[in-house]
Design a protein around this ligand. Structure first.
Ligand code: 8DG
Ligand code: MG
Ligand code: MG
Length: 144
């Protein structure tokens, strides 16, 4: 019930754009286990959205980003997960600071690995918040 339920939290996730592809990783988590998701994580005290995205990309994939921009926000309630939770998810986009930089799987306990996926051939299953956006026709690219 509501009295015992955890409070909603803020998550910041990133469409890292490279040509026509985005970076996705297969989750190892009690939420959305084994689905393909964007890099990102919890907003920490005092951070801007852009700072949070830059930190998460460094921690999770060892990547430096630039041209970070806000895209949209969605409300995500995970009622049926082993640990029910509620996220207000902020979606940003960015580019690699160095287009030659290669993602590393720096948190292998949380992710099976990062790879680039063509936007027109996304893998399955996508993490539900991302799946919902794709189904509405959302496109993260500036020039679509
Ligand atoms: P942290 O300790 O590094 O802050 O957290 P994390 O371990 O990186 O958290 P996360 O699960 O990657 O992200 C936090 C929540 O964000 C996740 O449980 C649900 C929400 N979220 C979405 N969509 C996406 C997405 O596409 N990718 C990621 N990583 N999280 C997402 O709503
Ligand atoms: Mg994460
Ligand atoms: Mg993280």
């Amino acid at each position: 019930d509501a009295a015992k339920a955890p409070a909603p939290r803020v998550a910041v996730v990133l469409f890292l754009l490279k040509d026509k592809s985005v970076l996705l990783g297969r989750r190892r988590s009690s939420v959305g286990d084994s689905t393909f998701a964007l890099p990102g994580g919890h907003l920490e005290f005092g951070e801007s959205f852009e700072e949070c995205a830059a930190r998460e990309l460094r921690e999770e994939a060892g990547l430096e980003i630039n041209k970070t921009e806000f895209l949209t926000v969605t409300n995500n309630v995970f009622r049926e997960e082993p640990k029910p939770c509620h996220y207000v998810t902020v979606f940003l986009r960015a580019n690699l600071a160095d287009p030659e930089q290669v993602p590393q799987n720096l948190e292998p306990e949380k992710c099976y690995g990062w790879d680039w996926y063509d936007w027109d051939h996304l893998p399955n299953p996508l993490f539900l918040p991302l799946e919902k956006m794709v189904k509405t026709g959302f496109n993260p690219f500036p020039d679509h």
